[in-house]
Design a protein around this ligand. Structure first.
Ligand code: GLN
Length: 487
């Protein structure tokens, strides 16, 4: 098997047995990137020099006979929303085109300490606003399963890179579905952790009450390994929770006998692609066959999710993005006469269309006279949605649904219709509003050969359970082993 197509756990075994060096694997990955990234366009920046330095260090350790960890020497890609010390971090935006952070985000620091190798920075929708990477300030990433299709978003570069074997695994971020929806579109595994499980320090903020960093991987075991690598309390993020981080691989041994799986009626919406519905129902039948107890549940406030999300996330974004004023970071317009004009022109020229739309919307919903009608109301409905989940989790252990209502759509198909674009997130947003963990795993291919994702949601901090259920599913299927034919 080619080195670039291996998983984290397979590579770790080969490194330990000295059958391969981290440098060889890193070289193989850059070769692969050289071969396919001209077509996929997942990477914004490659960091070869630093990567080989990291790889060589691990190789020396192995030669010395020292023990290595399960992420040592493993080549990983980072979504370009994560601050990397001394390495350009654009967040997919022209306004941060020349921004070089002077510190590492906590997840980056953690993975460095665990000796992972960073290959480069991956494309995304500008400021993580989007579901297709078409909002990137630089270019659109293509889906390895069909180059005329979107890879999903906003972590589209991360998911496409994993699917195209341009990295062994990647990190993405998920505010309203941006890990799970691209994972679903690209036929890979993506997990959004519980809010507070992973530190957000050094993650460029979009909507701070929703943002979480998580793994995008080739299989569930890798997801468990990488999740453990980035989780844990961080005094630099006041919303991170001080709770022990388990070895998530411990959960993968179990089966699903007696596990209570809830199926919410509200998630099988009108207009859903029939292949998505069919494949997810087959997955549910498979669980039943494996001894799980499947029952229908209700999450009654689901129909309000998109509306609530687009009030809350735009409100938070309008505040978070106020800092890009041409003074503190990145780009500054050179066409101005006074300070106010400098601010205005910098923002007008530096931000893309979608980001401006969200800032304007967010400013509106927070303004005097509208705050109660929009922001407060949305926060109240958010609480109701959270209670729906609390009630449901009294009866079931996990909840299974489709990840996205359709497979990857065509590039250009929804750019002129923001509402259609927003609807791609209808099934992933509720989890963010409630702060819950959820995973997307491949559950089949539609008639055109495009991958479809199954979403499994769990209780707060019950990542172990959703990994267990996802792993059991994976053990009984082979969808995760299929590779796209990149032509
Ligand atoms: N697509 C959603 C949005 O545009 C979700 C983005 C995300 O999770 N970062 O806001």
């Amino acid at each position: 098997m080619d080195l670039h197509s291996l998983t984290i756990h397979q590579l770790h075994d080969l490194l330990v047995k000295k059958e391969v060096t981290s440098r060889e694997v890193t070289e193989a990955l850059y070769r692969r990137i050289g071969e396919v990234d001209g077509r996929i366009k997942a990477y914004l920046l490659l960091t070869q020099e630093e990567a080989f330095r990291q790889a060589d260090e691990v190789d020396r350790k192995i030669i010395r006979g020292e023990k290595i960890g399960d992420l040592s020497g493993i080549p990983i890609g980072l979504k370009d929303i994560l601050c990397t010390k001394g390495i350009r971090t654009t967040c997919g935006s022209k306004i941060l085109d020349n921004y070089v952070p002077f510190y590492d985000g906590t997840v980056v620091r953690k993975l460095k300490e665990k000796e992972a190798v960073f290959l480069g920075k991956l494309n995304m929708d500008e400021f993580a606003m989007g579901s297709s990477t078409e909002n990137s300030g630089f270019f659109t990433t293509r889906n390895p399963w069909g180059l005329d299709r979107i890879p999903g978003g906003s972590s589209g570069g991360s998911a496409a890179a994993v699917a195209a074997d341009e990295c062994i695994a990647a990190l993405g971020t998920d505010t309203g579905g941006s890990i799970r929806q691209p994972a679903s579109c690209c036929g890979v595994v993506g997990l959004k952790p519980t809010y507070g499980r992973v530190s957000r320090y050094g993650l460029v903020a979009f909507a701070s009450s929703l943002d979480q960093i998580g793994p995008i991987t080739k299989d569930v075991e890798d997801c468990a390994i990488l999740l453990r690598g980035i989780s844990g309390y961080d005094p630099r993020d006041s919303t991170s929770i001080d709770m022990e981080v388990p070895d998530y691989r411990r959960f993968l041994a179990g089966n699903v006998k007696g596990v209570r799986i809830g199926i919410p009626d509200e998630y099988f919406i009108a207009g859903m692609d029939p292949d998505v519905e069919g494949l997810v129902k087959e997955a549910i039948d498979l669980f039943r066959g494996m001894g799980a107890e499947v029952q229908t549940i209700s999450l009654a406030h689901t129909p309000y999710a998109v509306a609530v999300y687009y009030v809350i996330c735009t409100a938070e974004a309008s505040s978070n993005l106020a800092r890009y004023d041409g003074v503190k970071y990145g780009f500054r317009s050179n066409r101005y006469h006074d300070l106010l004009e400098m601010y205005a022109r910098t923002r007008a020229e530096g931000f893309g269309k979608e980001v401006k739309r969200r800032i304007i919307l967010g400013t509106y919903v927070l303004s005097a006279g509208y705050y109660d009608a929009y922001y407060r109301k949305a926060s109240q409905v958010r609480t109701l949605m959270r209670s729906d989940f609390e009630e449901a989790f009294k009866k079931v252990d996990v909840i299974a649904t489709p990840t996205a209502p359709t497979p990857a759509f065509r590039i250009g198909e929804k750019v002129e219709d923001p509402l259609q674009m927003y609807l791609s997130d209808i099934l992933t947003i509720p989890v963010n509003l409630a702060g819950l963990p959820a995973i997307s795993v491949p559950c089949g291919f539609n008639r055109q050969g495009l991958p479809i994702g199954l979403q499994i949601m769990g209780k707060h901090f019950d990542e172990g359970k959703i990994l267990r259920v996802a792993h059991a599913f994976e053990q009984n299927t082979d969808f995760h082993l299929k590779k796209p034919n990149i032509t």
